[in-house]
Design a protein around this ligand. Structure first.
Ligand SMILES: [Ca+2]
Length: 453
């Protein structure tokens, strides 16, 4: 990898410090030739498209994070893109970083924008896009559009019409202030030569119009140069999408074998054609976000309000022994954990009272603790709405010293805004422990936004 590929500025996105990024290198061999003239089949260099796309983006007047998918059945299929948000088995560090960046930036519903109103439908060609792109841009006004047409065009369009209309569709997007990521089409059984010619046309458009490209065609051939085609006799034992190469038994669509579902390891990317397409799109979109798009402003946090507070200075509902012996002056009374638990060395229960508080959109639990004799500390919040505990381990607790700790309890876990919590549990040490000690004080639940009813 040459130095040029490692150029990335560090930035903060959704709490993640974004550090050197090799994404530019993944989809192409262009990086390997450094600053030499691009080979005929290479995508435009980032040094070319980044400034060009910044210029396009300067004219953009829509909502930040809007990502459109324009294409045919290979795009409308939910085997593409949608599943990335749930499963990324075998993802390398680069993909993990790319996903975090995209997840923090893209509007959440853009994983799932499917149907003709969103610019994707089965059996369609670039003619359909050419007729409808004005409406899509007006209605969706995407910040970035990923475009791939051509597989259906192979049967009915000559190269010239395909290339001209693709070029015009891209240009309309750019004129709207919408950045484009172009994609070459996959190779197709029985029309491999024409598919290669169409792919080359898309590379040409990307270079001419200075837009980034995911070279799906080249990436498939790189991974399966001789047996990408699931229609081959050697795959006759398999059915439909279940074939373990990159194109299905129909010779047209990307494969999606169950064995490699959600698998983005090198093996998965050799065997699941939809995963490969999702992967390439993710890496390229992340690169665009990182290198072209302005950092997304963090929404200002609403003031926090206290939903529950217990300082053990008067009557209340808890299990544990209240003491003021040897406690810090500012804490006065604290509660000491007991050893009568089946699973943990010390336990404290704190009830939230007769009117259990509903969690706010963003909810924090803050408490003071004193732990010694164990480094295992865990908090449970009992969620009345799911009738179960939500667990929050405290990794590496401070030992032998009163410490204040805050957990964001509504972040990604089962505890959702609006859910009510009636008990909090604090645990330390293993069951039967003789040495574990646990004390807790100033248990406070705060929300930064009113809970939805
Ligand atoms: Ca106290």
């Amino acid at each position: 990898m040459t130095r040029i590929c490692l150029h990335v500025r560090a930035r903060r996105t959704a709490g993640l410090v974004f550090t050197p990024f090799r994404m530019a290198c993944l989809a192409t061999a262009w990086c390997l030739v450094g600053t030499a003239a691009p080979a005929p089949s290479a995508e435009p260099a980032a040094e070319v498209w980044v400034p060009a796309m910044k210029k396009v983006h300067a004219e953009f007047n829509g909502e930040q994070g809007t990502f459109a998918l324009f294409g045919d059945s290979i795009t409308v299929s939910k085997a593409f893109w949608l599943g990335l948000q749930y499963t990324r088995n075998g993802a390398d560090a680069e993909m993990v970083q790319a996903f975090e960046l995209v997840k923090g930036y893209m509007l959440e519903d853009c994983w799932d924008r499917r149907g003709p109103e969103y610019g994707n439908q089965g059996r369609m060609t670039i003619r359909w896009a050419h007729e409808n792109v004005d409406a899509w841009l007006k209605n969706l006004n995407p910040e970035v559009a990923l475009i791939m047409f051509g597989t259906n065009d192979l049967g009915s369009l000559a190269l010239e019409e395909y290339e001209t209309k693709t070029r015009q569709v891209v240009q309309k997007c750019l004129d709207n202030g919408t950045m484009v990521i172009l994609s070459t089409i996959p190779p197709k059984h029985g029309q491999a030569e024409k598919a290669a010619v169409f792919a080359e046309a898309v590379r040409r458009i990307a270079r001419d119009l200075k837009v980034p490209l995911t070279d799906y065609h080249a990436e498939i051939l790189k991974r399966r140069p001789d047996d990408w085609d699931g229609a081959m006799e050697k795959f006759s034992a398999y059915q439909g999408y279940d074939v373990p190469t990159l194109i299905s038994r129909d010779g047209v669509h990307p494969s999606n074998p169950r064995q490699y579902a959600g698998d983005y390891s090198a093996e998965g990317l050799r065997h699941n054609g939809f995963n490969l397409r999702s992967y390439l799109a993710l890496i390229k979109y992340a690169e665009v976000i990182d290198r072209v798009l302005p950092a997304k402003a963090e929404p200002p946090e609403a003031p926090r309000r206290t939903l529950f507070f217990q300082d053990f200075e008067r009557d209340g509902d808890w299990d544990g022994t209240v003491t003021d012996k040897g406690t810090p002056a500012s804490n006065r009374h604290v509660v000491v954990g007991h050893a009568r638990d089946e699973y943990y060395g010390r336990k404290i229960r704190v009830g939230t009272g007769n009117a259990p508080p509903a969690m706010a959109k963003t909810t924090y639990l803050t408490f003071d603790y004193y732990v010694e004799g164990t480094d295992f500390l865990m908090v449970f919040l009992f969620d009345l709405d799911i009738n179960d505990n939500c667990r929050y381990p405290i990794h590496g607790p401070v030992l032998g010293k009163w410490t204040r700790h805050t957990i964001k309890v509504t972040r990604g876990g089962p505890l959702k805004p609006g859910h009510k919590v009636d008990d909090l549990f604090f645990f330390a040490g293993e069951a039967g422990s003789r040495t574990a000690r646990l004390m807790v004080d100033n248990v406070r639940i705060e929300g930064s936004e009113p809970a939805k009813p």
